[in-house]
Ligand binder design. Structure first.
Ligand code: ADP
Ligand code: MG
Length: 248
């Protein structure tokens, strides 16, 4: 569904992505894992057209989308849940969701959007319970659900997710990944970026490991979970992982 070939991107003279090759297959969950600063966010932003790329090609369902304007990429069916959620704190939950549908202008629009809101509330019931509340009053986990819900409102076929687990407690993370699995079962293709290799690989079909702007390793997620190198470097078996979650 999404194919990235030989992609490079720069911040000034710094090469943040170096000749990336990657493939996200239709109907699958593909993950990109790697430490902080590896280039994961940069890659998702390049796919979404949010930063320019210098070399290489990005193809989506056979069409070249390299350096297209972001709204065109959204219209084609790619939706991006950004790192750090970026919900509009002073707006209500429902207003945040409606913003996600801003590109749709058909005459049946409001009925369609109503149906899509109902779908989001079905996947994330807590958002329905809090639809009139301002987004800033939600917990971190609820804000992550809202960010995903907002992305769903553009009716994507491919969802790009940037570190949905960031800063959340293990139980909250589990809840969010359960919802992602449901979306996947309903046919959504997912490209998931994560620092939490364990949880990312455990829900994914295929994985890529990035370091310093390059893909260092790739394979079936099941196999990467068993790989000695991954265990050593990314699953924290040399040192116990830090209890780095600061609440919900
Ligand atoms: N706006 C920016 N300007 C300059 N350098 C940046 C910018 N954003 C990220 N970088 C650098 O690019 C590299 C990759 O960053 P990023 O894609 O955010 O990594 P990750 O998401 O894997 O943590 C890092 O070295 C980071 O410091
Ligand atoms: Mg990042």
């Amino acid at each position: 569904m999404l194919e990235v070939n030989n992609l490079s991107a720069f911040y000034g003279s710094i090469e943040a992505l170096r000749a990336i090759d990657l493939w996200a297959r239709a109907g699958k969950i593909t993950t990109i894992i790697g430490a902080n600063g590896a280039g994961k966010t940069t890659l998702l932003r390049a796919i979404s057209g949010l930063i320019p790329t210098r070399y290489g090609v990005i193809r989506y369902v056979g069409q070249d989308i390299t350096n297209l304007e972001p709204y065109k990429i959204v219209k084609m069916g790619i939706s991006h849940v950004p790192e750090g959620r970026q919900v509009f704190a002073t707006m209500s939950v429902e207003e945040n969701l409606e913003l996600g549908a801003y590109l749709r202008t058909s005459r049946r629009r409001s009925r369609e959007i109503r149906g899509d809101l109902d779908f989001v509330y079905d996947v994330f019931p807590v958002l329905g319970e809090r639809k009139t509340q301002s987004a800033g009053t939600l917990s971190g986990g609820e804000q992550q659900m809202l960010a995903i819900g907002r992305a769903l409102m553009s009716k994507p076929r491919l969802l790009l997710l940037d570190e949905p687990s960031m800063g959340l407690a293990p139980l909250v993370i589990k809840g969010i990944f359960t919802c992602l699995k449901r979306l996947h079962e309903e046919g959504l293709t997912i490209l998931l970026v994560e620092q939490d290799a364990q949880i990312a690989l455990s829900v994914s079909d295929y994985g890529y490991v990035m370091r310093a702007g390059k893909v260092r390793l790739e394979g079936e997620a099941r196999e990467l979970l068993q790989s000695e190198e991954i265990k050593r470097i990314y699953l924290g078996e040399e040192q116990p992982p830090e209890g780095g979650s600061d609440g919900v």
